[in-house]
Design a protein around this ligand. Sequence first.
Ligand code: PLP
Length: 353
Amino acid sequence: MTLPPAPSRSFASDNAAGVHPLVLEAIGRVNVGHALAYGDDDETRACERRFSELFGRDVAIFLTFNGTGANVLALTALARAGDAVICSDWAHINVDETGAPERIVGTKLIDLATADGKLTSEMIADQVHALGDPHHAQPAIVSITQSTDLGTVYTAGDVAEICDVAHRHGMRVHMDGARIANAVAAAGGSVAALRAMTIDAGVDVMSFGGTKNGMLGGEAVVFLDPAIGARGHYVRKTVTQLPSKMRFVAAQFNALLDGDLWLALAGHSNRMATALHAATAGIPGVDAGPPPAVNSMFPSLPSPAIGQLQAWTFFWDWDRSRHQVRWMTAWDTTIDDIETFATGVGEIVAVCN
Ligand SMILES: Cc1ncc(COP(=O)(O)O)c(C=O)c1O
């Protein structure tokens, strides 16, 4: 077996990617003189205006350090004692945040079994029986992830149906949009598509991811109804998500929103996943799964091949019982990386199959 050198960029995660040069440049641009801290600066104000322009009406934004913090801030602003959050069993808040929502927000998570990571309006309607029962945590918030942890996407219609049923029963809707850009890119890559699946569909609060899409670090919690966001000002520091040198997070978002760079980067990342799927689906022994909707695919491989491939270039196991792994592309993945990776997969799987 002759393996080529590992690809320059791995397929482990979009979090493994570096920072887009225009984002770095923006950090340098604002690294001049002093500016007041905690968001009382021109760069942050410009960022706030940009988000309102993006959503087509006044929204309240809170820039945070990371995605877990963004989710915790959004949910804390919504949740009261005794409330519960309905989410998918695959949701990041349920699986990958070390219990932060339960510990910090202080809510019960009602994690519903989903094959594809997506809640449905019917699943939410099934939970309303608990409303009004003092022995049950009250389903008060629905949290959906767009795009999901399984690389699936909600259509604007799906989101609208969920919001309708939730609102009818007095619940609020939170969207974990750590990868909202990938979902919007998959839906045609326009500002109209963003609005259709968020503000127009009735989402109350969302996080808008930056880190996975070329930023150095930072996310935005967007209260699509600023009236609900009013509490965010006070909640934010209690969950440790008030960056003092806010201008550096704001500058990154301003770079990303400039000329719709966020959509170009996510569109590229999605296309690279499609190319990765095409390059590996025909390899005997690789069960590539369905073509990716966004920037991840979940193939199954012969078990002995997995460790060997990971030793060559690391990626994450997904479901060990099914020898399933996750390959993820990023804003900077190249066709060259894909060809090299596919060659390595072919070589290693051929000897393990
Ligand atoms: C869907 C989703 N939400 C939230 C997060 C949390 O982001 P962070 O790692 O910045 O806390 C992640 C991170 O991978 C994620 O995939």
